[in-house]
Write a protein that binds this ligand. Structure first.
Ligand code: F6R
Length: 615
């Protein structure tokens, strides 16, 4: 939520900031703004409600010179999206500009105190309080900007990644973080800062991930300095090599990132399993498990924590792990888990699932789990993100940057890694027979080709989508492994087309939702030929007999369903536990085309952001 970017070097900062904001726009697009300090030390600030392109328009023809600048794209938390609430926020004397990702929880208390000291506020943001506080401390204490920021950060409660610049100092940018991500790109005589590495790609591959409670001082012609906010001592600077390319951040000929990411899935799943299935599909190797074999051998319980789509993957993970490892598994929303005073001990394993690795609730959940002594394992996509850096061990899904706000390839990557994880723990504990390992591992090796076949449904789904574009409600039904697939299909439709959709375990439908069914309410029923197929047939009949139309996802060659359902989409046969991967793809495409038919911006749906770094 919210993206920040900054530059100090010899090039003009503005274009770099704008390009960076475009790459960060997935984090929020309620408003955008930039502050530039030019060679004379003047501070120029431009802000606009809405997308980065609005900012470009409003700054056109104005003085955007300067080789130092900071910028922001906002996902509104405090105060409605408008120009005044946009960042950068400026101090009362207009001398300090600050961009912020996070939330200052005690901003009301601080604001009241500053008002008593004669400060007035223009915006409704928590961020303005922070910049005013910095200025107040600087002016009253007669201290440097750095010391004022350090003191102010000691007074604020909450989460932040901030970047600060000051009028009359074209040579200094100060950044700090607590619970919100911040990456520093170290170039030759130039430095970049951003919420994630995407604005830095193409400029330098040398990055430093700022740790919690660290502040960095970036000065022209001086080496980077990082200081711990806990003890004011210099921190070790750990430069890492970035493995992202510009091509990975572009649409590659597709109309949207979402469509590109749906069609990338054969390749991303190939990357996801690479090197992890060995010995002719007879063994799974996950180094995160191997290194900690005793933990997995002695585990008494596993708790999966996640949010949104990742939580749906967790529900599938629960079934996989219970079936293959015979360990009790619970699935919790991270936001509920963290406030539920969970009972945990050393023999519990908490597995967090997160595409971004920055989701505030998931991060807090694992921090709590570690405090309580549990072993924490992370399944994440973004390399070097906060969650993998706060876990005891883990596995990356390696599906590459997911830029479309609606998660697609990350979901299939998460389910794939959960399958590998369940198999690898099962092997270790002797709870899964070698034949099962071989069968599932072989099917996973074939999965890229299998998905290529599923993607051939594209034209058919596009056509089908036209029939349903104007439905107001949808029901998604599935059983067993595909109950979470139904939840995920409904979420995809809701978030990009704004059509109300509910996912339900198919058999539960008759306990309530059946009352909603009429000829205007289509049901999408996920019914591959698995162990629950005979049961789900009854549910299809229940919908049909009430006048509802049925779109059924079935295994290839299922003619019987074609006679019952209004539309069938055939997917290749795979082992039952892998059906969610295959069945989710037609659901992604259906949601995609319905949203496109309605003229929606599928990559940036309203009110959403890719990385939810606030509670
Ligand atoms: C839905 C979606 C969200 C995320 C959720 C968790 O398409 O993308 O529901 O799944 O915000 O995000 P991560 O996985 O980054 O923790």
């Amino acid at each position: 939520m919210c993206g920040i970017v900054g530059y100090l070097g010899s090039r003009q900062a503005y274009d770099i900031l704008i390009q960076g904001l475009h790459r960060l726009e997935y984090r929020g697009y309620d408003s955008a703004g930039a502050a530039l300090v030019n060679a004379e030390g003047s501070l120029n600030v431009y802000k606009a409600k809405g997308k980065v392109s609005n900012l470009e328009q409003s700054a056109a023809g104005k003085d955007t010179t300067g080789t130092l600048g900071i910028a922001h794209t906002r996902w509104a938390t405090h105060g409605e999206p408008n120009d005044v609430n946009a960042h950068p926020q400026i101090s009362q004397t207009h001398s300090i500009a600050l961009v912020h990702n996070g939330t200052i929880e005690n901003y009301n208390v601080l604001k009241k105190a500053l008002i008593q000291h004669g400060y007035t506020f223009e915006s409704e943001t928590d961020t303005e309080v922070l910049v005013q506080l910095i200025e107040y401390i600087k002016l009253t204490g007669g201290c440097s900007l750095l010391d004022a920021i350090i003191e102010a950060l000691h007074q604020v409660e909450g989460a932040y990644a901030i970047a600060v610049v000051e009028e009359n100092d074209p040579d200094t940018m100060i950044v700090a973080r607590k619970s919100s991500p911040l990456v520093i790109g170290v170039g030759d005589d130039e430095t970049f800062i951003a919420s994630d590495a995407t604005p830095i790609v193409g400029f330098t591959d040398r990055v430093v991930y700022l740790r919690d409670n660290e502040i960095a001082v970036i000065k022209r012609n001086e080496p980077l300095r990082i200081i711990s906010l806990e003890n004011n001592k210099p921190s070790k600077i750990d430069i890492q090599t970035l493995k992202l390319s510009v091509a990975q951040l572009e649409k590659g000929g597709y109309d949207t990132f979402m469509l590109k990411e749906i069609f990338e899935q054969p390749a991303t799943l190939r990357d996801c399993i690479r090197g992890r299935i060995v010995d002719d599909c007879n063994r799974i190797v996950l180094s995160g498990v191997e290194i900690h074999r005793d933990r997995f051998l002695n585990a008494r319980r596993i708790v999966l924590v996640a949010c949104g789509t990742s939580w749906h993957a967790a529900l599938i993970g629960k079934r996989l792990i219970q079936e293959m490892c015979r360990i009790p598994v619970e699935v919790e929303y991270a936001s509920e888990f963290r406030y539920g005073n969970p009972v945990l001990d050393k023999q519990d394993i908490v597995i967090s699932i997160s595409q971004s690795g920055e989701t505030a609730d998931t991060l807090a959940a694992i921090q709590l789990a570690r405090e309580k002594g549990a072993f924490v394992y992370g399944i994440c996509n973004v390399v070097g993100a906060s969650i993998p850096r706060n876990t005891d061990s883990g596995t990356y899904i390696h599906v590459g940057p997911e830029i479309g706000v609606a998660s697609t390839k990350a979901f299939t990557g998460q389910v794939t890694v959960l399958t590998l994880l369940a198999l690898s723990i099962g092997q270790l504990r002797g709870t899964v027979v070698p034949e099962t390992v071989h069968e599932i591992a072989s099917a996973l090796m074939e999965m890229p080709k299998t998905i290529e076949k599923v993607l051939k449904l594209d034209g058919e789904i596009q056509k089908l989508s036209r029939t349903f574009t104007y439905a107001h409600n949808f029901l998604y039904l599935g059983r067993g492994y595909n109950y979470p697939t139904a939840l995920e299909g409904a979420l995809k439709l809701k978030e990009i087309s704004y059509i109300h959709a509910e996912g339900y375990p198919a058999a539960e439908m008759k306990h309530g939702p059946i009352a909603l069914i009429d000829h205007e309410m289509p049901s999408v029923i996920i019914a591959p030929s698995d162990s629950l197929y005979d049961k789900i047939i009854n549910n299809v009949q229940q919908v049909k007999s009430r006048g509802g139309s049925v779109i059924a996802i079935v295994s290839k060659g299922n003619r019987a369903m074609a006679e019952m359902a209004d539309y069938t989409l055939e997917i290749p046969d795979v082992p039952e536990c892998l059906t969610p991967i295959v069945a989710s793809i037609p659901l992604q495409l259906l949601a995609y085309y319905i949203a496109i038919n309605k003229g929606k911006n599928v990559d940036q749906p309203r009110n959403l952001a890719k990385s939810v770094t606030v509670e």
